[in-house]
Design a protein around this ligand. Structure first.
Ligand code: HXC
Length: 258
C-alpha cells in the first residue's frame, strides 16, 4: 500500500513510522490512522522487523485527533463509526516493541498514542497534554487511564482538568517518558534503542512486552505467577541456550528467534 500521510522506512531490524501531515501538526484523522494500522499489520507479519519507532515532526508528534474531522459528529455517529478507535488500537495491539520518539506537541490523541507505545523518548522541546476539556470533551482513547497509571492521580487530574501542557522535564520526573534528549539527538537515540531491542531474541522481547503489559490488569500475585510461567517457558527456546552459552564463552550471542 502506498501511504500519503505517513512515511514508512526500514533500517535493518528497525522500522520507523513518521506521521507526515505537517500543515495540520499531524492531527490524527481517519486516513492517517488507517495508514498507521496498515503499516503496523505489515510490520508485525515481517519477521525481519524487531522494533518500531513511531515519530512525528520536530514541531509536533501529533496535536491530537483531527478536530475539524470530528466536530460534526453526534453520539450515534461517533459510536457507530469505530474505525477510528480500531485504528488507534492497532498501536496497543501491536505485539512487537514500539517506541514513541516525541518532539514538540503530543496533545490529546497524540499523547494517547504515544502512551500506547511501550516507552517514550522525548526531545527537550516535547510538550504533553490532554487539552480536550478546552473543546468541551475529554480524552477518548485511553488518556485518563494511561496517564493516571503513568504519572499518578494528582498530575493526571491536573492535566485532564486544566488542560495544561507538561514540558519534557516534568514528564521525565513524573515517569511519563523514559529519557529526554536534545532535539537533534532524538531520532538517533530512538533508533539506537530500537536497534538494540531488534538485536535481541524477537520472541523473548515480545513475551517480555506482553508480561509487563499484563501486569496492568492483574494483581501483583497474578502478575508474578504469569511472569514465572513465561520465564520458565523460555528455557524451551534455542535463544536461551545461545544467550547463556555466549555469556559463559565471553562472546556476543547470535539469536535465531527460535
Ligand atoms: C485539526 C489542527 C489540530 C487538531 C492543529 N491543527 N491542531 N487541526 N485538529 N487537533 C491545525 C490548525 O487548525 C492549523 O491549521 C494548523 O494545524 C497549525 O495550528 P496553529 O494552531 O495555527 O499552530 P500554533 O499556533 O503553533 O498552535 C499549536 C497548538 C494548537 C497549540 C498545538 O494548534 C492547538 O491547540 N491545537 C489543538 C490541540 C488539541 O486541542 N488537541 C486535542 C484534540 S481532541 P490552519 O488550517 O488554520 O493553518 C483529541 C481527542 C482524542 O485529541 C480522542 C479521540 C477519540
Amino acid at each position: 500500500m502506498a501511504y500519503k500521510l505517513i512515511d514508512l522506512t526500514r533500517d535493518g531490524g528497525v522500522a520507523t513510522i513518521q506521521l507526515d501531515r505537517p500543515k495540520a501538526l499531524n492531527a490524527l484523522n481517519t486516513e492517517m490512522m488507517g495508514e498507521v494500522a496498515n503499516a503496523l499489520a505489515t510490520l508485525e507479519a515481517d519477521d525481519s522487523v524487531g522494533c518500531v519507532v513511531l515519530t512525528g515532526s520536530e514541531k509536533a508528534f501529533a496535536a491530537g485527533a483531527d478536530i475539524k474531522e470530528m466536530s460534526d459528529n453526534n453520539y450515534l455517529s461517533i459510536y457507530k463509526n469505530d474505525t477510528f478507535e480500531e485504528n488507534h488500537c492497532a498501536i496497543e495491539r501491536f505485539r512487537k516493541p514500539i517506541i514513541a520518539a516525541v518532539a514538540g506537541y503530543a496533545l490529546g490523541g497524540g499523547c494517547e498514542i504515544a502512551m500506547m507505545c511501550d516507552f517514550i523518548i522525548a526531545a527537550d522541546n516535547a510538550k504533553f497534554g490532554q487539552p480536550e476539556i478546552n473543546l468541551g470533551v475529554m480524552p477518548g482513547i485511553g488518556g485518563t487511564q494511561r496517564l493516571m497509571r503513568a504519572v499518578g492521580k494528582a498530575k493526571a487530574m491536573d492535566m485532564c482538568l486544566t488542560g495544561r501542557m507538561m514540558p519534557a522535564e516534568e514528564a521525565e520526573r513524573a515517569g511519563l517518558v523514559s529519557r529526554i534528549v536534545k532535539l537533534d539527538d532524538l531520532m538517533s537515540t530512538a533508533k539506537e534503542a530500537a536497534a538494540k531491542i531488534a538485536s535481541q531474541s524477537q520472541p523473548v522481547a515480545m513475551i517480555t512486552k506482553e508480561t509487563v503489559n499484563a501486569g496492568f490488569n492483574m494483581t501483583l500475585e497474578q502478575g508474578i505467577r504469569f511472569e514465572r510461567r513465561l520465564f520458565q517457558s523460555l528455557f524451551t527456546t534455542q535463544d536461551q541456550k545461545e544467550g547463556m552459552a555466549a555469556f559463559i564463552e565471553k562472546r556476543k550471542p547470535h539469536f535465531k528467534n527460535k
